[in-house]
Design a protein around this ligand. Structure first.
Ligand code: NAP
Length: 305
């Protein structure tokens, strides 16, 4: 397949492009970052520029498009709500319209954070109540895509992994600090169901292969607090979990409101795929194997200066 991945310099997009390129022809877009790789074709484009989406589709003729580009930093969304709306709501609408016209299939990547996280155990049937600029603009993005192309896949995700900059994900936050013997805070009152980005990548491809459409929670069946995630990572990497100080998110001084209990049900997807989604321990095992194979270093070598 010819697959277009937007946001290929981002945490998900880069891992997705590298996982996918073994079996498919991959085009990956970047904006501010440059990428040095022969693994897939890199296209530099600001997707908010007039006509950029049409030019990109004309240039690449994809059969599948996986839209990962976004303003995914919660604090940056609070600081610039207009940009958040342009990237998280308006761009998905424009992209979905042009992708549908071209006859390609679209996966639009959304977030677990569309829920307020007051009770958890959310299914695709539950009504989201976003609590910050990021979550509101992402929910509006989902709705815009479905309105334009009801056959699109909307994937609500949450993930960790190795990134281009080496500091994008929660796993890297714990790994970088603990491996330097530094103390860090771990939130005991924020719960999530994270998948390794590389595993998530393969599941998104499987969803396309199985011709799914509509809304899915693409998360691990295992929920845990961010503190417990840090402890599990420390144990897997043989680092000192005692350096993680259990604390409340309310004491962290963050501007964007966080949804505390983002435990999502993934049984709709599990039954569509005929298999359960990966557990945390299989994700951490693969994260560790990738580390041993020099994958984080390889990603950082891909950065052009
Ligand atoms: N990270 C998480 O834990 C998490 C959790 C739930 C959902 N999600 C969702 O998952 C998706 C991927 O997130 P991520 O964490 O991988 O994102 P990320 O690391 O922040 O990367 C964002 C990507 O978007 C690109 N981008 C930003 N503005 C652009 C523009 N104007 N034109 C073209 N490209 C642009 C960036 O390109 P440059 O860097 O080259 O400028 C980068 O490749 C997003 O939809 C996010 O909402 C993320």
């Amino acid at each position: 397949m010819r697959i277009l991945i937007t946001g290929a310099s981002g945490l998900l997009g880069l891992n997705l492009a590298l996982e996918t390129t073994r079996r498919h022809t991959v085009f990956g877009t970047v904006n501010h970052h440059s990428l040095k790789t022969d693994a897939f074709r890199v296209i530099q484009t600001n997707l908010l520029a007039p006509g950029a989406v049409e030019r990109l589709l004309d240039d690449t003729h994809p059969e599948w498009v996986i839209h990962c580009a976004a303003l995914a930093n919660l604090e940056a969304c609070e600081a610039d709500p207009l940009l958040a709306q342009q990237l998280n709501t308006d761009l998905p609408r424009i992209l979905a319209k042009h992708v549908a016209r071209s006859g390609a299939r679209l996966v639009h990547v959304s977030t677990d954070a569309v829920f307020d996280g007051l009770h958890g155990d959310y299914s695709e049937e539950d009504i989201p109540t976003p609590v910050c600029v990021y979550s509101r603009t992402k929910l509006e993005g989902e709705r815009a895509v479905i309105e334009v192309d009801p056959t699109a896949i909307i994937a609500r995700v949450v993930f960790y992994g190795w990134s281009l900059n080496g500091n994008r994900s929660l796993a890297e936050f714990f790994f970088n600090n603990l491996s330097q013997g530094k103390q860090v805070m771990g939130f005991t009152d924020v719960y999530f169901c994270p998948l390794l980005a590389n595993q998530l990548a393969n599941i998104l491809i499987l969803m396309l292969e199985k011709k799914l459409s509509g809304l899915y929670h693409v998360v691990s069946p295992e929920a845990l607090s961010k503190y417990d995630f840090g402890v599990r990572l420390a144990q897997r990497f043989n680092l000192d979990a005692g350096l993680i100080i259990p604390t409340s998110v309310l004491r962290a001084g963050l501007k964007a409101v966080r949804s505390p209990i983002l435990t999502l049900r993934s049984d709709k997807l599990a039954s569509a795929l005929g298999e359960t989604l990966p557990s945390l321990s299989t994700g951490l095992d693969r994260l560790y194997t990738l580390y041993q194979q020099g994958y984080p270093h390889m990603l950082q070598e891909m950065r052009r200066s």
